[in-house]
Structure formats: C-alpha cells, structure tokens
Design a protein around this ligand. Structure first.
Ligand code: SF4
Ligand code: SF4
Ligand code: FES
Length: 512
C-alpha cells in the first residue's frame, strides 16, 4: 500500500470566498520529499486551482516561503516527515492574493525607500578590487535571498511593523554600512527603523534558510556603531548600564543578596559528590530573585552535585553588549568575571540565567581572544545532560502548569533544550501547552528597559497565550522572562496565575 501524508492547506480567493478555509489533501509520501513536492502533487493531480509561488526549487530565489506547521520556511528546502502531516498557510504581514500567494508590495516598497545599494558620491575611476578580508564582516548578511520568512517570524514585526522594519531590513542596512565601498551613512536610518526594538530572540535565525545570525551579525554590530555616534543606547538603558559599570549589578538590591545568604552559611557542599560545578548567579538572581538562586543551589545538591559559589562576581555584561556598549563591557566587566570563574577551578560553570549563559559561552571567548578554562551551561542544560534527575525524592505537587520556553535558552545556546521533558518529570505536574511556548516574551535585547511600552506589547500576546491555556501556573527558567511574565499577568488582571522558575518548582517537589 502506498504510504500517504495529510496536507492541510489554506485556501482563499478574496474575489470569490467570504472567508478563508483549510482543505485537507491526501498525498503519496516519498523518501526525501519536500513541502514543494506536496504542493506540486496537489496542483498537478488533485486541484489545479491551488495558487502558490516557486521558481528555482533550489533554495535560491526565496519565492516559495510559506508558514509550515506554524513556522515560516521555504517550501523547497523543508522536508516532509514520514507519518506526519503538514499545515500550510501564507506568510503573515501581507495581504493574500490567493491561497498561499501574498502581495509583497508593502515590503518591496519599503526596501526601495532605503536605497538598497552601495551609494557613493563619485564613480570608481577604474575597476576596484574588493579584498577577501573586507568581505568577512558582511559575508553572512549578504547571503539573504529575500524570502521574507524572518519578517513573518519576528515578534517585534508581528506587533508593530511600522515601528520596527524587521530582521531582513536590518541585515540589509548592516550589509551596506559595513561595505567599504558604501559612503552613505546607514546608522541614523537603522536607528529610525527601530534597531533598539529587536529583543535578540533569534526567531529570525531559526527560520532563515541561510542561517543568517541577524541579531549578532547585523543588529548588535549596528547598535555598537549607533552607540559610538551617541544616538544610542536609549535613555531607558542608561540606568542599568551605568549601574552595572559602577556597582557591578544592573539593579539595586532588594533584601539580602544571594551572595550574602551564601556567606552566612548556605549549604552547597555534599558528601561524595558525583560532580562539582561553579555557580554564576547573575544580577537579577543575586539582588531580586534570591529564592530562585537558593532553589538552583539546592536542587543541584539534592542531585549530589557540589556547588562552588564565588564570593564575588560582576554583571556578565550582556545588558551592555546587547545595546551596543561593547568596549565598556569588554574592559570593565568581562575580565573580572573571567578571573573569578577560572579561579573556582571547576570544569563547568552553571547559571540559571540564559542571557548570562549565552554571553559567557558565546561572547567571552571572542572578547578576551582565547578559550575559557571552563564550560558554561544553563542549569537546565546541565541537569538534562549530565545527571539522572533525582526523582525518587520528589513528592507529588499537583499543579496545572504551562511552560514558557525562554528564547536565549531555546535558541541562544548550542541546541534547543527539552524543558518540557524536565518539567514533566516532577510528579503531579499536569502540563498544558500554551500556544507558541517558544514565542518571545518581549523582555530581551534591552527592549524591556529601553522600549518599555513596545516590550509590554509583545508581552501581552504571551500573557494571553498563558491565560488561554487554562494553567494555574506558568513555569520558565530565565529571570528576565520571570519578571516580564509576572508583570504582564498582573497588568492583565491574572496575578493569581503563579509564575515559577523551574528550579523553584522542583524544590517545592523535593520539600513536599
Ligand atoms: S532577533 Fe527576534 S526580535 Fe530581533 S529581528 Fe530577529 S526575530 Fe526580530
Ligand atoms: S534573512 Fe533569511 S529569512 Fe530573512 S529574508 Fe533573508 S534569507 Fe529569508
Ligand atoms: S523555489 Fe526558490 S527558494 Fe524555493
């Protein structure tokens, strides 16, 4: 018997249909088939009126992007998985012409407005040689094939495209700014096009067929230039960046700091440990979310892991790096932490903050121009990979909980982490999935501090997903997401939904 898959496809002809609908087609499955093959089958064998775009079939023209199972992707390079159905709908942000074909004029006009070519006052007198090393800074961003997938994936664009032109546009601006031949200044344009509205969530990276790291290679590089011109960072960034540089923490202390609690005898040693790790608390956990920090230390020790806690540390530098203050972070913060963490003499440093983990792991080696003497992991990564979680000492806690997957944990570290698997090991957790658990909450990239209203606009959608899930608790594992979600639930009148860091929920179960 021929194996088949089901393709549920968005159908809409605005000239004829009152409203869009989905039709399901049964398609023969073949090893190695891609979504475009499925569309061709429907069009050629079942219904010739189906409208969709394609040209090169080779991942080069960018014309075949559609939303495939909730994520924008190019159809000619997205595999159909055996035994699994596909749901296809048109890209967001554009009016539908018919079925999966959208009218891109709105975006194309925006590109034209930005003069998307190398601009110079004088013509070159002779053919110029562009040396290979001059291409390096723009090599990755030049790869864009204008498929528009990132524009459909970006949470900031989804909320207000008029305020933030989006990843593809900022990649173009960076390509021109860092091209040595270009004379037109693109910095002011990047600023006006909302460069500080990117949350660095990496949703664009996840869907890009060319794997262009736009937040790192375009947004943050451009923010560093914006900061040098004095246009940025924004007034809202000033408080936490100057506090970090002066006092080593981005926030002021509420209550006793975690390090002070540790110094007063908090137990972090275990008999015959199966491993020893260093712990980097980060600003928020040390000064605001001390209970989360205590929970992290305790769940590690309950898993027979010895935890070495530094007697001091400084802000990891992420808040400065994300808004363009690279030199300040490099000089004032990073070397101190490198010294402190290397002096711990451990192989692994864990942290409960995905932003700290990403910064120490991804940015530090480049900033200090050498490898670190330890590996950096988020505590959830560490627990999932290095130990068999001690579930025998956990007691049933009976909670109906949903999960918000933090962007910098899910997409910022080397591989997505199955946080749901870790959470559902806790006995009595009744997991309910919210719509798009990995959609950004709007807190990252300095957006919460610098563009608070915009940040809360993104958060509102997340809050609605949480509320609509019917959960009594929302679990996450990032101090920024934790505070953002707590604030938005309060604003929406749902503060009875309890927000937990996963470590706190685990500890609750250990304590019974
Ligand atoms: S990192 Fe996130 S917010 Fe920034 S451009 Fe990409 S998708 Fe948009
Ligand atoms: S950056 Fe990537 S996802 Fe965005 S338009 Fe270009 S190729 Fe497509
Ligand atoms: S058909 Fe050209 S990128 Fe898919």
């Amino acid at each position: 018997m021929v194996e088949t898959i089901k393709a549920k496809i968005f159908r809409y002809d605005p000239d004829v249909d009152k409203e869009p609908s989905f039709k399901t087609y049964e398609i023969p499955y073949a090893e190695g088939m891609v979504v475009l093959d499925a569309l061709h089958h429907v069009h050629d064998k079942i219904d010739g009126t189906l409208a969709y775009r394609w040209a090169c079939r080779a991942g080069q023209c960018g014309s075949c992007a559609v939303i495939i199972n909730g994520k924008p992707r190019i159809a000619c390079r997205t595999a159909v998985e055996k035994g699994k159905g596909i749901t296809l709908r048109p890209l967001l942000q554009f009016p539908v012409v018919k079925d999966l074909v959208v009218d891109l004029e709105r975006g194309e006009r925006r590109i034209q407005r930005m003069n998307p070519y190398v601009k110079r006052t004088k013509k070159a007198s002779r053919p110029e040689i562009v040396h290979a090393d001059e291409i390096v800074p723009i090599k990755e961003v030049r790869e864009c094939i204008e498929c528009w997938a990132c524009i459909s994936a970006c949470p900031a664009v989804i909320e207000a495209w008029q305020e933030f032109s989006g990843p593809m546009f900022h990649a173009k601006l960076a390509r021109l700014q860092f091209d040595k031949r270009n004379e037109e200044d693109r910095v002011r344009e990047a600023f006006i096009e909302g460069i500080y509205k990117c949350t660095t969530c990496r949703a664009c990276v996840e869907v890009c067929p060319k794997e262009i790291n736009i937040p790192e290679k375009a947004i943050e590089k451009m923010r560093a230039v914006v900061a040098k011109t004095g246009l940025g960072p924004l007034p809202g960034h000033e408080e936490f960046t100057s506090r970090a540089l002066k006092f080593g923490r981005t926030v002021d202390k509420i209550g006793t700091s975690l390090l002070e609690m540790v110094k007063t005898g908090y137990a972090a040693r275990v008999k015959n440990p199966k491993d020893t790790v260093g712990y980097f608390p980060g600003c928020l956990t040390d000064y605001r979310l001390q209970e989360t920090g205590k929970a992290i230390i305790e769940i590690l020790t309950r898993n027979n892991i010895e935890v070495v806690i530094p007697s001091e540390f400084t802000c990891c530098g992420s808040p400065l790096l994300r808004v363009g203050l690279v030199e300040q972070a490099k000089e004032k913060l990073v070397p101190k932490n490198v010294r402190i963490l290397e002096e711990l003499g451990v192989k692994t440093v864990v942290t409960g903050c995905p932003g700290c983990a990403m910064t120490i792991r991804n940015n530090y080696p480049e900033l200090i121009e050498r490898r670190l003497g330890f590996e950096t992991m988020h505590v959830a990564q560490y627990l999932s990979r290095n130990t068999d979680l001690n579930v025998k000492d956990m007691k049933t806690i009976n909670v109906k909980a949903t999960l918000h997957n933090p962007c910098h944990l899910n997409r910022g570290l080397e591989a997505p982490l199955d946080l749901q698997n870790l959470m559902t090991k806790i006995p009595g957790v009744n997991y309910v999935e919210m719509e798009e658990p990995d959609r950004c909450c709007g807190a990252g990239g300095g957006v919460r501090a610098g563009e608070r209203d915009f940040s809360m606009m993104i958060a509102r959608r997340k809050g609605e997903f949480i509320i609509n899930s019917g959960a009594k608790a929302c679990v996450t594992q990032c101090p920024f997401c934790y505070i953002q979600i707590r604030d938005i639930l309060k604003e929406l009148g749902y503060e009875q939904i309890q927000v937990y860091d996963l470590a706190e929920l685990m500890l609750k179960s250990y304590q019974g």
